[in-house]
Design a protein around this ligand. Structure first.
Ligand code: AMP
Length: 113
């Protein structure tokens, strides 16, 4: 299967503004930010979407959520922030590699578009 855009970022074949990395995940600024702070957090394991998360990924998912909290602190989002995961066509997913959008730096509106 062809590498996704995010796999190419993990493999350093495409540049990205990386803000955090450990052995299991990578975070970088979104190239088309929808808020003053818009960071994407991805697992290094190539999980296609929420629908492809397996039981064996439970620990990895816990790690990702804990990392989001740490990143929010480092990104100075004490005023609050939003975490978004788009899934599938109707969800607006455009890259088939699980990713968390971390959005902050402004007040969010509801409902989302
Ligand atoms: P989604 O639409 O939920 O699949 O989100 C994909 C996100 O990837 C979008 O917000 C894009 O702006 C972002 N994106 C696309 N290409 C890049 C890139 N080269 N570096 C950083 N973010 C990107």
């Amino acid at each position: 299967m062809a590498k996704t855009l995010f796999q190419k970022i993990i493999d350093r074949e495409i540049p990205a503004e990386i803000v955090y990395e450990d052995e299991r995940c990578l975070a970088f600024h979104d190239v088309q930010p929808q808020a003053p702070t818009h960071v994407l957090l991805i697992p290094k394991k190539p999980i296609e979407s929420i629908d492809r998360i397996a039981e064996e990924d439970a620990d990895l998912l816990g790690h990702l959520w804990l990392t989001i909290g740490k990143l929010a602190s480092e990104l100075q989002l004490a005023g609050g922030y939003r975490v978004v995961i788009n899934c599938g066509d109707d969800g607006g997913q455009t890259v088939d590699h699980l990713h968390f959008h971390i959005l902050g730096g402004r007040a969010m509106t509801w409902p989302p578009g």
